[in-house]
Ligand binder design. Structure first.
Ligand code: MCA
Ligand code: AMP
Length: 485
């Protein structure tokens, strides 16, 4: 398989090596510096099994992941805010041989048994010879399901290469592009699209560390050409625009504004278009499939659609019984199923879950429900599972939060749902039957409990106390009834 990052490994043209590759605040690495530092990581990890990467929004994370990828070692990016139970689960499930972190980072107890290697972004090492096997695992990214703890999606090198090249085709993405974003680096959006994407093209990425509209305006005014964000970020931009002419001007000058990870509300799309003259384009993907569809840079950025299938991606809408929906008429709803080189190889150590995720003819069942317009544009209208919540662009399983809540002494029974939220898309609601009706738990203590165990973004934002949970004759909690009460 050709190199994953030709700009690093190919003989550099005049000036190419001195081009900026990464910027995190005032910390910058050129392509030559990045290649040297990644080479040093590669030397350290070559021949080991999977390595964990403490994925802070810092250049060390990019160097660590790149070094592992170049050496043919799978990297497992870890959320540095994961709580105790989540860290312990991922460490045990992925069984890394060592953990790569920035000097000074404090690691949780769950990782203390692992050898630790500090990443030095000024180190130099030779670039390793990349593995030829395109099916070799490149990343293991943890993603929530409806029940149980998160599963590790194994992403082969081929999937990364094909999805990034398909996006380059759809977006006219070149080495001239400078991407700005503030996405976390332990998920596909921020890591694969937001860091590996620019590096595969030979362009530049500027990471803001944390999201704010000032940083977006500053970087887009100072030469950045593209912005990636989740809808929550575009919502905050839409809210800020009326009072911020600099932000409006900066967005107006961008080449491409891209939203993904959840549905961009039409209202926010239209407010941004009205204030800037620019339309945000949406692309649709999943941890397991990488990117499936996008509005193309030269296509019509219709609000509320995720565009057309990317090159190489086969996409179909199917009825409950697996038959194709009657028509692409903008009305017939079916589940999106996809097949192509962008797909993952399976869930780590979970052949049962992997088998259940695919149809007999190799299509991945996304669980997302959509319609297609006659011209092929896909519009997502919902999702099959009520037990999956999308909050701030993060996918969160109701079951993992329920299990955490049930471990709190003040909780007798718990059910978790998502309800519409203008900022987060959905907010997590905890329905709780208290152990002691006279001394029910408070929202803050349950939120802290979940944040410390799982992660802060999984904490409930609303607490509703009940005398009993509505259950059907089988004893199963009727979540739809909860939503209406
Ligand atoms: C609050 N905090 C707490 C607690 N409460 N910490 C501990 N215990 C608590 N009880 C902290 C938070 O950690 C955070 O710290 C701060 O308080 C604010 O938290 P929060 O309100 O949750 O965050 P926010 O600032 O509102 O974040 C909104 C966001 C974020 C920036 C939009 O949700 C985000 O980054 N989303 C991106 C998700 C994403 O990348 N998804 C991609 C997966 P501090 O203030 O220090 O930060 S989907 C994917 O990859 C697929 C392939 C796709 O299609 O893209
Ligand atoms: P994750 O598993 O965290 O990678 O999230 C994948 C899910 O995010 C998909 O199955 C969709 O439900 C949702 N998603 C991603 N992009 C979009 C989008 N542009 N519009 C609507 N939903 C999206």
């Amino acid at each position: 398989m050709p190199a994953l990052f030709p700009p690093l490994t190919a003989a550099p043209g005049p000036g190419a090596a001195s081009r900026t590759a990464l910027r995190f605040g005032d910390r910058t690495l050129t392509y030559a510096e990045l290649a040297a530092a990644a080479g040093a990581v590669g030397e350290r990890v070559r021949g080991t099994g999977r390595v964990a990467v403490w994925a802070t929004p810092a250049p060390e994370t990019a160097v660590a992941v790149l070094g592992a990828l170049l050496a043919g070692v799978a990297a497992v990016p870890l959320n540095p805010r994961s709580g105790a139970a989540e860290s312990a689960h991922i460490a045990a499930d992925s069984a890394p041989t060592l953990v790569l972190a920035a000097p000074g980072d404090v690691l949780p107890d769950a990782l203390s048994g692992l050898p630790r290697t500090d990443v030095d972004v000024r180190a130099t090492g030779p670039l390793p010879e990349e593995p030829a096997d395109e099916d070799a695992p490149a990343l293991v990214v943890y993603t929530s399901g409806t029940t149980g703890p998160p599963k590790g999606a194994v992403l082969p090198r081929r999937a990364l290469a094909s999805t990034l090249d398909a996006l380059a085709d759809a977006w006219d993405w070149t080495e001239a592009d400078v991407l700005v974003h503030a996405l976390p680096l332990f998920h596909v959006h921020g890591l694969v699209l937001g860091v590996l994407g620019p590096l595969r093209r030979g362009g530049e990425v500027r990471h803001l560390g944390r999201f704010d509209t000032e940083g977006v305006a500053r970087e887009l005014s100072a030469g950045a050409t593209m912005l990636f964000g989740v809808p929550t970020m575009y919502h905050r931009i839409a809210e800020a625009l009326p009072a911020d002419p600099e932000l409006a001007k900066a967005l107006a000058g961008a080449r491409l504004l891209v939203s993904g990870s959840a549905a961009l509300p039409v209202h926010d799309h239209e407010r941004i278009a009205a204030a800037t003259g620019r339309r945000v384009i949406e692309r649709y993907g999943m941890t397991e499939t990488l990117m499936n569809t996008s509005v193309r840079a030269d296509g019509e950025p219709r609000a509320g659609t995720v565009g057309v299938p990317l090159p190489g991606v086969e996409l179909r809408l199917v009825e409950e019984d697996g038959s194709p929906v009657a028509a692409y008429d903008g009305e017939s709803v079916g589940e999106i199923q996809v097949r192509g080189p962008n797909l993952f190889a399976g869930y780590l150590g979970r052949p049962d879950a992997t088998a259940a995720a695919f149809t007999a003819d190799g299509f991945f069942r996304t669980g997302d429900m959509a319609v297609r317009d006659p011209d092929g544009y896909v519009r997502i209208v919902g999702r099959k599972a009520t037990d999956l919540i999308k909050s701030g662009g993060y996918k969160i399983g109701a079951g993992e939060i329920e299990n955490a809540l049930l471990e709190h002494p003040a909780v007798r029974e718990a059910a978790v749902t998502g309800e519409p939220d203008p900022d987060l898309g959905e907010r997590i609601v905890a329905w709780v039957v208290p152990a002691d009706p006279e001394g029910p738990p408070e929202l803050a203590e349950l939120a802290d409990h979940v944040a410390a165990r799982l992660a802060p973004h999984k904490r409930p934002r609303v607490l509703r106390l009940l005398d009993a949970l509505p259950r059907n004759d089988m004893g199963k909690i009727m979540k739809r009834a909860l939503g209406r009460s």
